[in-house]
Design a protein around this ligand. Structure first.
Ligand code: BG6
Length: 254
């Protein structure tokens, strides 16, 4: 029984990756909106995939969110060193959803290193410019730019704006521009046009485009529209770890 379910899900993943043109789509059982077990499965599969890519002295840059957070505790101790860096500074998230917290956990489980990036969202242009010239901030930014692997979540646009306590004016703008999804601070509409970008330092879309490996982790029926829109602009070297519920809806939408 388990084998046949697994085979169906892996066939579904292959079909979707063929249709979307991205490297690989791994589908886990269930619906992340409905049960936490599915969130755990997303974390297990993403950690397994990430571990298969890791080599000595690699740098992995990671965004915040509950999906990327689910990866950390499934990572096993590594016989070599890897550095984990937060992808973007100060996206206004709660502590447990922050990339700074997640990379610290990833380093703890693998026995690797981590860096932190604390940059508040609401600073004056002058403070902002001074801040990014700080040597400690600079060095993390350089590591993000040269990272070998990006791990990121994909969120529903309005949920992300609410979670980040985004200004009402920005929320109105997102609505007006029909934003459906969000990934690493970029909000986009259903065709994948970027309609708004959170002003913070760190990983930019142009950096993502040149990475050799990109792992996107997102599941749940409620994220179908966000995932489907993001897949229109996802670099081909992306591997998506998603769940059955989202994958089935994606197949219908394509
Ligand atoms: C945020 C990331 O922390 O998490 C976003 O900055 C991402 O880019 C979001 O879209 C996803 O969160 P979750 O909890 O739905 O995995």
């Amino acid at each position: 029984r388990y084998m046949s379910v697994y085979n169906d899900l892996s066939a579904l993943g292959s079909e979707l990756s063929k249709l979307t043109g991205i490297r690989k789509i791994i589908v886990v059982k269930g619906d992340a909106d409905e049960n936490t077990e599915t969130v755990t499965l997303l974390g297990i599969e993403a950690s397994r995939y990430l571990q298969s890519l890791l080599c000595p002295d690699m740098t992995v840059t990671v965004t915040g969110g509950s999906s990327t957070a689910s990866i950390a505790s499934h990572l096993a101790e590594l016989p070599f060193d890897v550095t984990f860096t937060p992808a973007r500074g100060g996206l206004g998230e709660d502590m447990i959803h922050q990339a700074n917290f997640i990379v610290a956990k990833m380093a703890e489980f693998t026995g690797g290193h981590y860096e932190t990036l604390y940059v508040p969202d609401q600073v004056s242009e002058k403070t902002y410019k001074n801040l990014i010239e700080e040597p400690s901030v600079r060095s993390v930014l350089d590591q993000i730019k040269s990272a070998d692997i990006v791990v990121h979540g994909i969120g529903d646009a309005s949920k992300m704006a609410a979670r980040r306590r985004t200004d009402p004016e920005v929320r109105a703008l997102l609505k007006q521009n029909h934003a459906v999804g969000e990934a690493f601070g970029y909000y986009y509409d259903k065709k994948g046009n970027i309609v708004y970008k959170v002003r913070t330092i760190g990983l930019q879309r142009e950096d993502v485009l040149t990475k050799e490996h990109i792992i996107a982790v997102a599941g749940g029926t409620s994220k179908t529209e966000a995932i489907s829109a993001y897949l229109r602009i996802a670099p081909p070297q992306t591997t998506l770890i998603t769940d059955e519920a989202a994958a089935k809806q994606l197949l219908k939408a394509l």
